[in-house]
Design a protein around this ligand. Sequence first.
Ligand code: ZN
Ligand code: FE
Ligand code: FE
Ligand code: FE
Length: 189
Amino acid sequence: MKNSEKQNDTKTTVKGSKQTIVQPVSGAAKELKELFIDSLKDIYWAENALVSALPKMAANATSAALASTIKEHHAVTLNQVARLENVFDLLGEKAEGKKCEAMAGLLKEGDSILEETEPGAVRDAGIIAASQKIEHYEIATYGTLVAFAKTLGENDAAKFLTQTLAEEKEADCLLNEVALNAVNIVAAE
Ligand code: ZN
Ligand code: FE
Ligand code: FE
Ligand code: FE
């Protein structure tokens, strides 16, 4: 079968609509361990992208509480990058990133929010919204990574990943507090 035909393989579903069946690329993950490592590379790219992006978000925040929450999370994120390097070490894998399209998109959206808002409380509300989308993506990702690590019996890796998961949840809570305490109230005025 030619490649072009392969990509158009279809399957009739229960409801009778034709759905495209995706053909894997060569070297695609066969085992959960490989998917686990690919997912680690994805979040490693994402965390490094955040290390670069968070200072800009902090600099554009008007609320001192918001700026310091983001700066604090920047320091936490640097440590998360180092923690991922430990996880790669534990697994005997080289620490390398693979572009996370989701985080790239979330950061792009964050940039457009900056362009589309005046500095002040409204922009701050936008920065919080963008930041919480990012934290929720990370919470989902680390939740899955912890589950994969436990399934694979990689218990030391699971411990490291659980620590990061807790930090992402904490960051989300802190952003909620900033929003509730000040920013959204001022933004609504
Ligand atoms: Zn990702
Ligand atoms: Fe993170
Ligand atoms: Fe991703
Ligand atoms: Fe985070």
